[in-house]
Design a protein around this ligand. Structure first.
Ligand SMILES: [Fe+2]
Ligand SMILES: [Fe+2]
Length: 224
C-alpha cells in the first residue's frame, strides 16, 4: 500500500503549474500553522512550537538525505514532503496541547495523533484533483509519521508496510520532539547525544529503522 522508495524520478520544477500549486499550498498551510501556534496559551513560555519544529524536521530530513548520498533531487522532494507533516494539528482545539507534569492519557494521545489523518484530509480537500506521486509521498508522511516498526504506532502499521521516506520521517520527527524540554520529561537528558542514545538504546529497532537511524545520528553528531 505505501511501499515505494526515495523520490528521485520527478522534479516539481518540471511541471511548473502543478509544482507551483503544491508549493503554494504548503507555504499557505505553514502560515496557518504559525497562526495556530500564536493562538496557543503561552504560560511560562511555549516550548513546543509546531511550525518551527516542522522547519527543523524538514531541514534535518534534507541534510540526512544528502548525507546518505541520495542526491539533491531526493533531498529537495523530501524537504517539501516533510515540511507540512503536522498541519492537521490546527484542526484540533488549541487546549489539547497544553503541557502537564504527568504523561498525557492514552485518550489524549490518540486525539493528538489524529492530526495525522486530519492533515491528510486537508491535502485531499485542497489538492485531491492532482494526480502526482509527490502528493502520495507527502500524504504518506503526514499520515504515518507516528508509526513504529513493531506495529505499535498510531495506525498499527508495521515496518514492512512503511516506505523508506516514512521511516526516515518518523525518526527525524521523534528526535526533534524529544529535543524540546517538556514538563513531563523531568530531568531527562535532551542534548543531541542524550536523545540519540535514548532512541538507540531505549526505543531501538522496535520503534525505528536502525539502518536509517544510524546515518541520521552520524549526521547530527557531525553538525557544528
Ligand atoms: Fe506529528
Ligand atoms: Fe512533528
Amino acid at each position: 500500500m505505501i511501499m515505494g522508495t526515495w523520490p528521485d524520478d520527478y522534479d516539481l520544477n518540471d511541471t511548473p503549474e502543478i509544482g507551483a500549486r503544491i508549493i503554494a499550498f504548503i507555504q499557505d498551510e505553514m502560515h496557518r500553522l504559525e497562526e495556530y501556534d500564536n493562538k496557543r496559551p503561552q504560560g511560562s513560555g511555549l516550548a513546543y512550537v509546531f511550525h518551527t519544529h516542522s522547519y527543523r524536521v524538514a531541514q534535518d530530513i534534507k541534510d540526512t538525505c544528502l548525507y546518505m548520498g541520495l542526491g539533491d533531487l531526493v533531498a529537495e522532494n523530501m524537504y517539501w514532503a516533510t515540511l507540512p507533516h503536522d498541519i492537521g494539528k490546527r484542526m484540533l482545539p488549541v487546549e489539547i496541547w497544553n503541557e502537564t507534569e504527568e504523561q498525557p492519557s492514552a485518550d489524549l494521545k490518540n486525539l493528538r495523533r489524529s492530526h495525522t489523518d486530519l492533515g491528510a484530509a486537508i491535502v485531499k480537500e485542497e489538492l485531491g484533483d492532482i494526480d502526482h506521486p509527490f502528493i502520495n509521498l507527502m500524504t504518506d508522511i503526514m499520515r504515518y509519521h507516528h508509526e513504529q516498526m513493531n506495529g505499535k504506532g498510531y495506525h498499527g502499521l508495521s515496518g514492512d508496510m512503511l516506505s523508506m521516506p516514512v521511516r526516515l520521517a518518523a525518526i527525524v520527527e521523534a528526535f526533534d520532539g524529544w529535543r524540546i524540554k517538556r514538563p513531563h520529561y523531568g530531568d531527562r537528558d535532551i542534548s543531541v547525544p542524550g536523545v540519540l542514545k535514548r532512541m538507540r538504546e531505549e526505543k531501538g529497532a522496535a520503534h525505528f529503522d536502525m539502518k536509517l537511524f544510524e546515518p541520521f545520528a552520524e549526521m547530527k553528531m557531525r553538525e557544528p
